[in-house]
Design a protein around this ligand. Structure first.
Ligand code: C2E
Ligand code: CA
Ligand code: CA
Length: 906
């Protein structure tokens, strides 16, 4: 409310109160005095009536009284009069109707005042006078007075109101002019001045105000000037710059600062509140440190309040700002905005490349650790945590070597390469040790690389868990040293076991025994009951043998149906008899094989260390001799070696017996070597080569056992077997869809007789094969002998349609006449000429001559033993027709032929 109205209302209210009070007092006084006047008049009237009534009562004449009443009633306020005698009966009354009634007080009526006056004379009671006065006129007069007074008061008030408003306006007129000027100055108009004439207080205030404004304008001018002086140099600063005062309002800033926040919804201008500024920049900031916008604002304001803060923000346009805020002595804050985009990008690129490196390291399955000069772990990849079941915190800082231990005694030197003193390796080291972790140890292979980085040497270690390789290795080792069927050690392990038993016996001065056990007539079990039953029997025999000896003794399978036992720790040689009897007993008990009871017997040969021999080779040989003797003596028995046996049984004799056994036991088999056409490179045939898998001596070369067979008359059997086996294998391949157009079987000169012809034709018949599939390789000696049976056999075979080749040509007589005389289709140049073909001109000449000669006779030439490409090229150039040798293909088992022929074109 304006001052003017306040003054008007104050005056108005005061005046109203005054008028009301005057009116009230005046009217009150008039009322009281009028009433007092009336009461005096009433008393006079009552006194007159009293006198008249008393007289009337005494005289019993009421006329005078009546007349007085009539008269008075018309001129005064007298309303009614009634006079009662002593008995209370009205005797005279202004209202004659009441005469004779009892005098009773009148009802109370407003405006009517009644008096009841007792009358007496001389101490005597005469009667009662009842008088009523009418106050109605008085009341009406008073009301009129009040009404008029009120109207006068209202009219007065209206007048007063105008007067008071006028007064208020008059009094405040100048003041409001002053106020208007002050308002505009406050609004920033410093050029306005007050213009009030006179010398009163408002004029003085106006003058003072003008002075103040003058001084203020001058000061503002100065401040602006000095601010500008400050502002200009800030423009030269490359960084953004802003000063906020103690009330957190923007005071000073440069255009660089503005450029950072171009586009924010507030204008950076002096007076801008810091909070508003921050609020406006939220949408322009990218990294809010995972805070919500509101949280970020709060945090930012809190930092600002603290002053002395330094942080980085990323703007939406990709720029990075480094903000430094410092509180000044006056409570304001200076903020420097420095663009660090480039540095930040570089840093980010570095972080990215570090991340990528870490990602690569972590994706490597091997453990990787970097070590400092002293061998302490600096950093690791994820795989390390897994490998060692430890956290990164636990691993980093730990000396590397404490994670490992040596692999047995021999591994000590390995471990020493990574112990603190030993980490001096230059270049690369591979170290095999055991890793340690909570769940135990595990084999590891460490690749330790020493590198120099920024002039400091450090190490990079890769750690590979080789448990699986070890397991695979030991599995392979087990497979190689154990028999797949029975799980017993095989021949490969025997030497080792026997050597151990011998050295233990030597140490303890005791004896040990070697036992050869052979199942009697095992082949017939195989033949009648089948190989599956035969295998099952071998497994069960192995189990029973194991049960007959102690833990430390060895039971091995030598191959086929032959077992070897090494029984050590024998105080006396005869102590071996106990287990031997047990063995014989166990073997004789029936075997239940696929629902059938099978009874077998076995023969045993036994030799003792040190009595029969003191080295393992001789010991084995002697046990073998003893076994041979046991078989000779009718089997189903054991025989102890004695020296006389050795005299009788020559090694050759033993081998002969074994070869016989081999034929019976199926220990011979064929391998096949492909022959190729030189021109086309196609495989055109296979040569069958015999092999003997000896139960105790392993594979024996045909170069060794073929002459033996020839000598002991077994060559016919071997030869027959070879032809039959080759025919069977050929049938097998053809059934499997593998076409082999020719198979060559070697024939010994001694074999060349009618029996051979019979065997060959029988085998071909059995296999239902055309004879042209078969070729026999004969040696020159066979032809030279020029025996009748040989010549006949040859021509009969040729007549049958079987092919003939001359083997090993060049080693014998190499006679042209022989070639001519026999129906030979192919000449095989011996591999001794092929061997030195490239270096020996003589060999070259021989081969060239053989080729020319053979071609002249219409024969094809086969070169054997080709071991190099060079040899192959020379032979091809010389016109050699066919070739065979390790360079082209090695001999392989019948079952491998299909896959081999698939690889080479046929
Ligand atoms: P062979 O008839 O001259 O047989 C070729 C021999 O040369 C085979 O030796 C074969 O493995 C070997 N050989 C093949 N390519 C190369 C090569 O590139 N370089 C070298 N260094 N050797 C190669 P294996 O199998 O030891 O046979 C030796 C001999 O035993 C045979 O000489 C053969 O005369 C005879 N033989 C093999 N099996 C039988 C057979 O069933 N009956 C008869 N009576 N004699 C056989
Ligand atoms: Ca041959
Ligand atoms: Ca040959």
């Amino acid at each position: 409310m304006g001052l003017r109205f306040r003054i008007a209302i104050t005056i108005l209210v005061l005046e109203a109160c005054l008028v009301a009070a005057v009116l009230f007092v005046t009217l009150r006084y008039v009322q009281q005095t009028t009433r007092a006047q009336f009461e005096i008049g009433d008393k006079v009237t009552i006194n007159l009536l009293d006198d008249l009534a008393r007289i009337a009562l005494l005289t019993d004449d009421f006329a005078e009284l009546q007349a007085f009443v009539e008269e008075t009633r018309n001129t005064t306020r007298l309303q009614s009069v009634a006079l009662a005698d002593l008995s209370g009966q009205v005797v005279a009354a202004s209202d004659t109707g009441r005469i004779g009634d009892d005098i009773v007080p009148n009802e109370v009526v407003p405006g009517i005042r009644s008096h009841l006056v007792p009358l007496g004379a001389y101490g005597l009671q005469l009667g009662t006078l009842a008088v009523e006065f009418n106050d109605g006129d008085l009341q009406r007069a008073l009301n009129t007075a009040y009404r008029r007074g009120f109207l006068i008061a209202v009219a007065g008030m209206v007048v007063i109101a105008f007067v008071s408003i006028g007064t208020g306006h008059f009094l405040t007129r100048r003041l409001s002019r002053l106020a208007r000027v002050a308002d505009r100055v406050a609004g920033g108009d410093m050029n306005l001045r007050v213009n009030i004439k006179g010398r009163d207080e408002t004029a003085r205030v106006g003058i003072a105000m003008n002075g103040m404004l003058d001084r203020l304008s001058a000061q503002i001018h100065d401040v602006t000037q000095s601010r500008d002086r400050l502002y200009v140099p800030t423009e030269a600063i490359h960084d953004g710059f802003a000063i906020w005062n103690a009330e957190d309002r923007l005071v000073l800033f440069n255009s660089r600062f503005v450029s950072f926040y171009k586009g924010v919804p507030v204008d950076p201008k002096p007076g801008l509140k810091f909070e508003d500024f921050v609020r406006a920049t939220v949408s322009h900031t990218v990294n809010l440190n995972n805070l919500s916008g509101e949280e970020w604002i709060e945090r930012r304001i809190a930092y600002h309040r603290e002053g002395d803060s330094s942080f980085e923000v990323r703007l939406r346009d990709g720029r990075w700002l480094h903000v430094d805020e410092r509180r000044m002595a006056d409570g304001g804050v200076v903020a420097i905005y420095n663009e660090v985009t480039e540095a930040k990008n570089r840093e980010q690129a570095l972080l990215d490349s570090q991340d990528r490196l870490r990602l690569i390291m972590d994706s490597v399955g091997e453990g990787i650790a970097t070590l400092d000069e002293t061998g302490k772990i600096e950093a690791i990849n994820k795989a390390m945590e897994k490998l060692f079941e430890r956290s990164t915190d636990d691993l980093v800082g730990r000396p590397f070597h404490t994670l490992f231990m040596s692999r047995g005694d021999s591994g000590q030197t390995e471990l020493s390469k990574i112990t603190s003193g030993g980490l001096t390796t230059d270049g690369f080291e591979r170290i095999a040790v055991l890793g340690k972790r909570k769940s135990g140890t595990f084999p590891v292979e460490i690749g330790l690389n020493s590198v120099s980085w920024r002039g400091q040497s450090m190490y990079i270690a890769s750690i590979r868990d080789v448990t699986e390789q070890h397991q695979a290795h030991s599995m392979i080792l087990h497979q190689a040293t154990h028999d797949a069927l029975t799980g017993l050690p095989n021949r490969a392990l025997i030497d080792d076991r026997l050597e151990q038993a011998i050295s233990a016996a030597r140490r303890t001065d005791k004896s040990c025994a070697v036992l050869f056990l052979d199942i009697d007539h095992f082949k017939s079990i195989n033949d009648t009951l089948g190989h599956t039953v035969g295998d099952e029997l071998l497994v069960k025999v192995a189990e029973r043998l194991r049960s007959c000896v102690r833990e430390g003794d060895t039971v091995a399978r030598m191959g086929g149906d032959e077992f070897l036992l090494v029984i050590g720790d024998l105080p006396q040689p005869q102590d071996v008899l106990k287990p031997v009897r047990k063995i014989l007993l166990e073997i004789r008990k029936s075997f239940s094989l696929q629902g059938r009871d099978v009874h077998i017997r076995a023969s045993l040969g036994i030799a003792f260390f040190p009595f029969d021999a003191d080295d393992r080779t001789q010991l084995l040989k002697n046990a073998d001799i003893a076994l041979y003797r046991a078989k000779e003596h009718g089997r189903n028995r054991f025989e102890l070696f004695d020296a006389s046996m050795r005299d009788q049984a020559t090694e050759r004799g033993l081998l002969e017996a074994d070869l016989r056994q081999a034929l019976a036991d199926d220990d011979l088999y064929l391998v096949y070597q492909p022959q190729f056409d030189m021109a086309s490179g196609h495989s055109i045939g296979l040569e069958a080569l015999a092999r003997w898998n000896h139960p105790r001596h392993g594979d024996i070369s045909p170069a060794l056992f073929i002459p033996l067979a020839e000598e002991c008359g077994l060559i016919n059997d071997v030869g027959a077997w070879a032809v039959q086996q080759a025919c069977q294998d050929l049938i097998g391949w053809r059934a499997g869809g593998i076409s082999v157009s020719r198979i060559a079987v070697n024939v010994s000169p001694r074999q060349l007789n009618d029996e051979l012809f019979e065997q060959v034709s029988q085998s071909l018949q059995d296999a239902n094969l055309d004879p042209s599939y078969l070729e026999l390789e004969l040696t020159e000696t066979a032809l030279i002998r020029d025996r009748q049976p040989a010549a006949r056999a040859i021509s009969r075979l040729r007549a049958l349609g079987v092919g003939l080749a001359l083997d090993d040509f060049g080693t014998g007589y190499s006679s042209l006449s022989h070639l001519r005389r026999y129906p030979i289709q192919r000449v095989k140049v011996d591999r001794t000429f092929v061997r030195d073909l490239a270096s020996d001109p003589a060999d070259m000449a021989v081969v060239r001559a053989v080729v020319g000669l053979s071609h002249g006779l219409g024969m094809r030439v086969v070169a054997e033993g080709i071991e190099s490409n060079e040899q192959l090229t020379i032979l091809r150039k010389m016109g050699c027709d066919e070739g065979q040798g390790f360079f082209l293909a090695r001999p392989c088992r019948a079952r491998d032929i299909p896959s081999l022929l698939e690889l080479v074109p046929g």
